[in-house]
Design a protein around this ligand. Structure first.
Ligand SMILES: [Zn+2]
Length: 60
């Protein structure tokens, strides 16, 4: 049987990696949690480093 695991809809913006929950909202940031369908993107997030570098630059 399929489990009803959801994933933070905004995890790419807010977290370093996907945040999973059984509730309807992310326990970490409070954003909406959506059903974790098969990811259309690389789960290893090839662009994560690049994105985080940008974030760091913006902040610094
Ligand atoms: Zn979140």
């Amino acid at each position: 049987m399929r489990s009803d695991i959801r994933r933070c809809a905004d995890w790419r913006e807010v977290h370093e990696r996907p945040v999973y929950t059984l509730g309807s909202h992310c326990p970490a940031c409070g954003a909406e949690a959506v059903n974790s369908a098969p990811a259309p993107f690389d789960p290893e997030d090839r662009y994560g480093e690049y994105r985080r570098a940008l974030k760091r630059r913006r902040r610094g």
